[in-house]
Ligand binder design. Sequence first.
Ligand SMILES: Cc1cc2nc3c(=O)[nH]c(=O)nc-3n(C[C@H](O)[C@H](O)[C@H](O)COP(=O)(O)OP(=O)(O)OC[C@H]3O[C@@H](n4cnc5c(N)ncnc54)[C@H](O)[C@@H]3O)c2cc1C
Length: 393
Amino acid sequence: MQTFIPTRAAALSRLTAFVPKAGRAYAHGRNTDFGRGGHDAVSTLSPYTRRRLLTEREIVEAAVAAHGREEAEKYVSEVFWRTYFKGWLERRPGVWDHYTTTRDAMLPAWEGKPFLRRAEEGRTDIALFNDWVEELVETNYLHNHARMWFASIWIFTLRLPWQLGADFFARHLLDGDPASNTLSWRWVAGLHTKGKHYLAQRSNIDRFTRGRPAVDPGQLDETAEPLDETFDPGPALPVRDHRAPEPGRRSVLLLTMEDCHPESLDLPETAATAILSVDDRSPRPTARAVLDFDAAALDDTARRLGVAAERVADGEALAAFATRHDATQIVTPFVPRGPTHDRLTAARPSLDAAGIALAEVRRDWDAQVWPKATAGFFKIKKAIPRILDTMDV
Ligand SMILES: Cc1cc2nc3c(=O)[nH]c(=O)nc-3n(C[C@H](O)[C@H](O)[C@H](O)COP(=O)(O)OP(=O)(O)OC[C@H]3O[C@@H](n4cnc5c(N)ncnc54)[C@H](O)[C@@H]3O)c2cc1C
């Protein structure tokens, strides 16, 4: 059974073990879901990339060094999907707000419905769907293809709202990510690329699953129309401006689960370190294993930095922490859209009142890719060789 140890050391050893398979073997085997304990054809690095315990740059560098750009192309482009989704949501923040608002509005009416409970407890008529639910709840991971079929069955066969499916994933996946998760659910529904949805087909599932229950004929709706919505994500906005650290200002460091590798960023000297602990994925409870992974990943980061970090929960606590250390500046790796960003936005008035500036440091990787995350993935895919040249990979 796959276990995920929440340290950078564990992430690096998993990367080392996977790299020999990141070339042709990945391109050939990545689409098959072998079930729990059998996900060896994919890297299962996502809980680490989600928190940047491993950076995209490190993974891509390792794959290219081992196989060359051409053979590693499939793996590299999958890693770029993550950066694309992060950039896309950054540039259309209304999509995140729309998701959380509609999810929260529908939850009271849906929460007690037996039909939703049956799906979330894996008690539907579709044995394979139930098997995925069990795997997700027990291991907090699902194969990419399984996620696609799962989301498609949730939306088009079970006819449940996509927002509640995204919420179910966000609360159980160790890699649950505001961008990759929300936008993948929208993509399956036919809302990301308008009118183009992903319909799970029994024949495709049969071909790409091994050792899992079969789907019976007629169990899936294989002809459903894509979803539609009145909400308009609008055009891509420029990436939001952020305040860079002011040299010479007494500062404290803020660690969040959005970036657990501050060592690879050019950060100024800081007098003390705080950890922002948030459990804001959903109004409903998040799986204990996911919260424990967050906490341990942040502890591991502080340990590597050799600092004793203090946990803070909100803006007032953060302002008090900085003030206690005579700091007027909080420095943190860039915080993209999602619950952590929402929490820091709510903290602004407390920080302003205490005269404390919040400065962020953005990664070159994001700065290279996000300007291109305006429409579909193709634009980024085409630009990958140029981006790798610029990044010296
Ligand atoms: C409905 C749905 C929900 C999803 N929710 C999430 C999520 O919350 N968090 C998340 O990280 N991924 C999500 N994905 C994308 C993808 O399924 C996972 O990133 C992948 O399965 C992670 O397993 P891996 O590390 O073995 O991937 P590998 O195939 O080994 O890929 C390597 C890395 O590339 C990135 N990656 C690969 N495929 C994708 C993709 N399609 N989109 C974005 N990044 C990708 C991940 O960081 C991954 O660790 C979702 C996909 C679907 C269809």
